[in-house]
Design a protein around this ligand. Sequence first.
Ligand code: PA5
Length: 397
Amino acid sequence: MLKFDFKTYVDSFISKEELRKYSEEKENYIKKLSNCEMTGWTNPIDKELIADIKSTANYIKKNFNCLVVIGIGGSFLGSYAFEKMFQSYFNDKNFEIIYAGTTLSSKYLDELVNYLKNKNYCINVISKSGTTLETTITYKILKDVLKRKYSEEEQTKRIIITTDKTNGALREEATNMNYKSFEIPNDIGGRYSFITPAHLLPLAINYDIDRIIDGYYDGKKLIDIAYEYASIRNILYRKGKLIENFCVYEENMTYFTEWLKQLFGETEGKNGLGIYPTSTVHTRDLHSLGQFIQDGTKIIFETFIKVTNSDNFIDYNGTNLNIINNLVEDSVMRAHFSGNVPCLEIEMDELSLENVGTLIYFFQLTAAFSGLLFGINPFNQPGVEIYKKEVRLSLNK
Ligand code: PA5
């Protein structure tokens, strides 16, 4: 279950009248969103597709002992964030999944190739466009290793492609080589692709995706709250709060904040507009960025993501440490608020597959509304395309 407090440490920054103006426009924005083309992520997922994802995950677990996922940005962050959140810190017994494709570091790739030498692994390459440089290079390097080791027939068993339904080099390769493949639907862009095989296949290896999917669609009920959150963010932005800091209290949620940064950064940052998303992991970063947030330039507001209950009981002088962690966070909110920083709070009763699934839908909805409130297209990323084009030009020189 999720709880939202957008009042206690926010109300004094926003008048009722300001918020009322936004809420009067709510139905218009809901309509605008439903008229957008790239909203396939709000549609139900096909039952046969879920069955195919699960049986492919079982095939991977039965035949190999490692899966290498190759993808970047919206083609990796969702499942990676999830994986990190639910892994054990020290005693991880999950099936081994390596996420590659996010770097052009030769040190990393050289070490990865060496590491995989004695592994019985398969590859899931994920790219909607099928042209992203980091993904293409990593895939080529790892495929060459497979080629040196295995017959063509064996290679075919070890490559799974997730890409656009009809377009791009990867779709062509999947068809020509008869590789197992999955589709990222035409009406779903990278950062909104959580509810597609791009993320559900890697997740189905170690987790019950039915629970994640159920949670995800529960997020639909939060449409009013998502619109309210987007409105408050927009009002705060117009009052000079140009940066949103996402705060988490668990190290294992670090990559969830990376997913949030991508979602909001690519959705809003256009036409010279948008709230710059950043993050802090507490209490670590209270001893670094905490100083700036409390006392520096007054351009920040914060969204705290709190988990109230923990499965792990650690006794500290008769009190569960999780309670102390939460008390510290409440104090942090009060302190930052006193430093002229509006603080919004989202509370999960536990870190469960369902709750995180719901949060993902909720944040996607908020980001989409937010883009529309800024008057920009929430579903493209022209800025990213400019960098990709420049790289292609310089490599072709
Ligand atoms: O959200 C987006 O569309 C981007 O971040 C992409 O996911 C990222 O650039 C990777 O693109 P692709 O899946 O085409 O390789």
